[in-house]
Ligand binder design. Sequence first.
Ligand SMILES: [Zn+2]
Length: 512
Amino acid sequence: MSAGLAIVCLATACSSTVAGRATVGSPLATSSSAIPSATDVPSTTSSAAPTTAAAREPDGAVGTIGDDGIGDPYYPLSGNGGYQVDAYDVDARYDPVSNDFSATTTITGTVLSTEGLSRFNLDLSGAMDVSAVTVNGAPAADVEHDEDELVITPADLAAAGSALTVTVTYAGNPTVVDGGTGGLGDGGWYHLDGGGALAVGEPFSASAWYPVNEHPSDPATFAVTMTVPEGWQVISNGRQQTDGLPAAPAGSTVFRWAIDKPIASYLTTVYVDKFTVLTDQLADGTPIVSALGPTAVGDRAAAESTREVIAALEEWFGPYPYDSAGGIFPGQDLGFALETASRPVYFAGTSIGIVAHEQAHQWYGDLVSIDRWADICLNECFASYAEWLWDARTNGVDLDARWKVAMADTVREARFWRSPLVDMGAGEEFTRVYDRGPLAVHALRAEMGDEAFFALLKGWPATHGGQVVDWTEFENYTSSIAGRDMKPFLDAWFRSTTVPDEPYRTPGSLGG
Ligand SMILES: [Zn+2]
């Protein structure tokens, strides 16, 4: 994520992830004799009907109830426990004029609870009215929609380790959701000033328009089929699909987009408008497809910088991770930009530096996902430092000089150092990652030397791509690259609540 023009800091962009661990559900408060032990349920159990009479109880008398949160202390109700998701497939109709939205979303995953699930939650905005839910092909026994928690009781116990397929049919007028985007703006479904619509926001936005396990520690593949009135266009993550589309009703057009690598739910997006499509390609032929909204004329240069920016980032971070690239430029001042996977969303008047920031997230935050929001620096500190690298490359900025000026400005500012970059506390995720973050990363570069530092920058996504990670793994990886224990140095720069003491304060070329 990047802050919009209203926020001025050393680095102008940002992003965050809340991650939590998928937890098994809470055991039901029923007689333990009624609850089958884990060994009663083979891990190879299929999604077919359970084989015991007890397991067919529809009222939750056996198995476990999935938690209403995934276990992130910063956002207790974010995500859900008891299962994990492999894929979302949203099949929607939308009218941008009336903001009427209807959809059936199919969710496929696996039951994690060792005793099976008798009840589980999905996150879905209360603005949506749910009309039907099936679990493994059978209508659900009960469905409750309590604010933004959709509570589903399957007709049959969802057995431990089994495949889980859920379909949810719903309709409503989608809107923004509370608590999105870490104080930098709303998140959710925006009905744009120009008449189009856009789903975007961090940490929450997906639940505004589809049922979801809304937490970055459970990434999944994503596809959306959307039917809109003729004259409107739809763009989303990944590649556009043109084969096998359903027939469009009279006066309508059907679009389908899909991304085949798992991504966190806050990295999904959809943009409906009458936009201009800009196409280009990376050096290896990867298509670049960008959407330029009707009022986004001023963002064309930023959009067209995508190829050059990604080429530079590949030198620092390694091969571009997705099979499609681009950007969404709706031409509205959203207050932030966001690194939605393969196709970031930008605010009106965005700069090429912001493009560098959001595209850097494709490696740092998208390909490598964080397990908890407390480690957001793994996304933001590095995307912010990519802006520094871009400035040095394209504008000849002396980064040591920039660093020294910034340190001289802040070294006696206790407030600047009070908020750490790791374990900063709920609500403080974005306080310092954009300005103190790149200072810390540049200090790390000076401490390690360029050869080891750039090996770290490229090695981290190569080693942990497709994984959900935490700060401890980064400490260990950094130490392995440096060939020595880097934890004291990293603690001084990333965890301290005061300016780092010597010998850490002025490492390498930053001394003197
Ligand atoms: Zn960011």
